[in-house]
Ligand binder design. Structure first.
Ligand SMILES: [Zn+2]
Ligand SMILES: [Zn+2]
Ligand SMILES: [Zn+2]
Length: 489
């Protein structure tokens, strides 16, 4: 899609305000906002970059925000949640995609051995057990919608509420996930389950080699000399407010991704071992009031070997990576929670929530106020084994390197330092929050342009020269609309 410049414009009024605020520095502010991708809540940083010779340690050059307009730089918020910051969330989603895809088929560019493409791999979904009857959408094999809970007419709970519902709920029916009887639903257990999901997962991964060894007729130590488990997992909230885990689980050889696992290790055996492990592991926890609870997986564990070509081209591997990356940017709002931390208990009663979510958050608050907004879940939406693939930090490093290549200041220093490595030491401190209203308007324009451009990385797009209030300032796909007559200075 080609960017339609006539529809991607800045508010002339916002640019006029920036001109008044920053004078000749206004274009630099617009450029800083552009570089955050239109982040909704960046912070200001002030400080200096020092270029140092790696050989001699001598300072080659300094660049300080004090001597350059506008006197600060902007750092994007980096929030993972779409609801909080669309551009930062989009960047996170792309990183999550690369991180997962690199572990499916390898990536020489990102330093993940392409040997992993031939290793046994499964896609597994781990569900939560039931904490009480909820309204649900049931779809049969033909795609037809079935009745929610067609029980007998006489079935009522101890509170006299019928435990049946004859409706065929539509996809967007707000009742889906809500308890049939809130008094029966075990909100405390549901919140405790979310809160201890991390421990249950760790136990699952710890015990998986035992089941693998048993299936192969080996001792655990013999298995470890042949096979290692690597994984990446993503948490997803269900409508009822419980978290499910989707994971890709891979078998490598004893020395990691570069080595092949022994012959007996197949995707089918891995799938079977995962199902057996999931059925057996449990974590015993003590909740509020001394209540003891066994945390276990629900009975619906789905394991699917991924055997087709995993490269982006054929769709299957790319489909899995895309699916997981999408969930990594969603949050507790899907399960009815809130997208930010609750600091005062009263917020739970005041917030716009379903009664089901409110009850779950109340329970989660008694376990840990820190994670109540997340319905008890402790917030690691995407985690992975160290050896699965690259890290988010490595992907950010690649991006920083890419930006550095385009930085004329650095290019000049590198050109002079022939045969020497240049090390950049950055020393920046917090210099204030956020954006002024005019700056917010400019950031919103960048976000709107990003959507028009179809969310492709900047390097792929056509670029045009952006003309700000004080002349050309940057190469960019966005062009400000010419001020209407009499509307700007
Ligand atoms: Zn942001
Ligand atoms: Zn129903
Ligand atoms: Zn009841």
């Amino acid at each position: 899609m080609v960017v339609d410049a006539s529809r991607t414009t800045f508010e002339p009024a916002a640019l006029a305000v920036l001109s008044r605020l920053y004078g000749a520095g206004a274009p630099a502010v617009v450029e800083l906002i552009r570089r955050t991708g239109g982040c909704t809540s960046p912070i200001r940083l002030a400080g200096e970059s020092v270029a140092v010779s790696a050989r001699s340690g001598a300072v080659l050059a300094r660049r300080s925000t004090r001597s350059e307009a506008p006197g600060f730089v902007l750092a994007a918020c980096g929030n993972r949640r779409t609801s909080r910051c669309p551009p930062c969330s989009e960047r996170y989603r792309r990183d999550a995609y690369f991180l997962i895809a690199a572990g499916l088929s390898g990536s020489e560019e990102k330093g993940v051995s392409t040997e992993v493409a031939s290793h046994p791999l499964i896609f597994a979904t781990f569900t939560a057990p039931s904490f009480g009857a909820v309204h649900r959408r049931v779809v049969d094999a033909g795609g037809g919608s079935r009745r929610c809970r067609p029980g007998g007419a006489s079935e009522t709970c101890e509170h006299g509420i019928p435990m049946r519902c004859l409706e065929r709920h539509a996809v967007d029916d707000p009742r889906i996930g809500q308890a049939l009887c809130p008094a029966c639903y075990d909100y405390q257990a549901a919140a405790l389950w979310n809160a201890n999901l991390g421990a249950l997962w760790r136990r699952t991964i710890t015990y998986l080699p035992r089941e693998l060894a048993a299936l192969g007729g080996l001792s655990v130590s013999a298995l470890r000399s042949q096979v290692r488990v690597a994984y990446a997992k993503v948490a997803e909230f269900q409508a009822r407010g419980s978290v499910h885990i989707h994971a890709v689980i891979r078998l490598d050889g004893p020395d990691g991704p570069e080595t092949a696992p022994a012959g007996g290790a197949t995707a089918q055996r891995l799938a079977e071992a995962v199902a057996r492990t999931a059925a057996r592991v449990a974590v015993t926890v003590v909740g509020p009031g001394g209540r003891e609870l066994m945390i276990r997986w629900g009975s619906q564990i789905d394991t699917r070997p991924i055997t087709a070509n995993r490269d982006a081209g054929d769709g299957q591997g790319a489909g899995v990576a895309g699916y997981l990356a999408k969930y990594a940017t969603k949050d507790a709002q899907l399960g009815g929670g809130l997208d930010r931390r609750i600091r005062v208990e009263g917020v739970i009663e005041r917030s716009e929530l379903t009664e089901h979510a409110r009850a779950l958050i109340r329970s989660a608050w008694t376990i840990s106020p820190r994670w109540a907004h997340n319905l008890g879940f402790r917030g690691h939406f995407l985690t992975k084994a160290r050896r699965y693939s690259v890290t988010f930090a490595a992907l950010r490093g690649v991006r920083a390197q890419y930006r550095a290549q385009a930085d004329p200041w650095l290019t000049e220093i590198r050109a002079k330092a022939i045969g020497d490595q240049v090390v950049i030491r950055r020393n920046f401190r917090y210099a204030g929050p956020g954006l002024s209203p005019a700056e917010r308007a400019v950031a919103a324009s960048f976000r709107a342009s990003e959507m028009v451009a179809g969310n492709r990385p900047a390097a792929w797009r056509n670029t045009r020269t952006l003309v700000g209030p004080a002349g050309p300032i940057a190469r960019s796909p966005w062009v400000p609309r010419a001020p209407r007559q009499g509307s700007a200075p």
